[in-house]
Ligand binder design. Sequence first.
Ligand code: PBG
Length: 330
Amino acid sequence: MTASFPALRLRRLRAHDWSRRLHAENVLTPSDLIWPVFVREGTSEREAVGSMPGVERLSVDLVVEAAREAADLGIPAIALFPNTPQEARDETGKESANPDNLMCRACRAVKDAGIPVGLLTDVALDPYTSHGHDGLLSEDGRILNDETLGVLAAQAVNQAKAGADIVAPSDMMDGRIGVIRHALEAEGFGDVQIMSYAAKYASAFYGPFRDAVGSGGLLKGDKKTYQMDPANRDEAMREVMLDLEEGADSVMVKPGLAYLDIVARVKDRFNAPVFAYQVSGEYAMMRAAMDQGLLDRDRAILEVLTAFKRAGCNGVLTYFARDAAKLLAA
Ligand code: PBG
């Protein structure tokens, strides 16, 4: 028996629902959620993503409906990811700079409809390249870091022109945040935010996403020369430091659940807005268990998202955003 017992009984505060609510240290709300949405060509087309039960690729008109639904549910922002038609992909990903590409059309459609939702756009070449890498490749298959920077900056400006509120570079090239920040300023988009995928790990948990955007089958090799080694923690701090110095407004840790130690450290050290991406593989893993009746769906969704907040996240990109917002409204 410790000396403090029975003066201290921590169970006292847990005894009733009202008391548990009163003493909750973190509260999940729909304002914490960013909903990733996959975009495809066509009109009134919705197509199931095989690797992600319950997730669909939507044509632009249906993306507008999804954006409206997000706004109605109190979800502040959606993140758009294009499934570029295979014939529009090439070695250099030049479709990324096309002002009428799928991403830009989706942005304009949501903005033209006047929907009060933030638009986050992914900046990287992988949905546009025939090799599925996030950067340009040399003849012998090496990533050309510095040559890629201008292409990323052009992509970000292209998205800003189409109405993107937050550009989110996910490519992990060195120096990209600074180059993108300067390009946005130079083109008159000083108000566009940058949320950098700062600590992005080379993860097995992106597999279902690559199926969703159609880059998985194309990818030659892996992304280990630009995405981080899951073993590393100090390196994540250096990535975050550089991205904030180069002009990122907020930073992201990705994947989420297995990397909450990184979230907590980033939050403690930098006192900057931190987001985590509960990625496709995390979603697929949880869905598989839920669909088999092995997990209580509603409780599991809310528990994990609350854990992200406890770790220090300002918000979470999650494919459960709509489900969670509905649960929170109930
Ligand atoms: C592209 C990108 C990826 C994800 C977001 N942006 C995949 C990758 O880096 O291969 C993954 C998201 C997810 O798995 O849900 N640069």
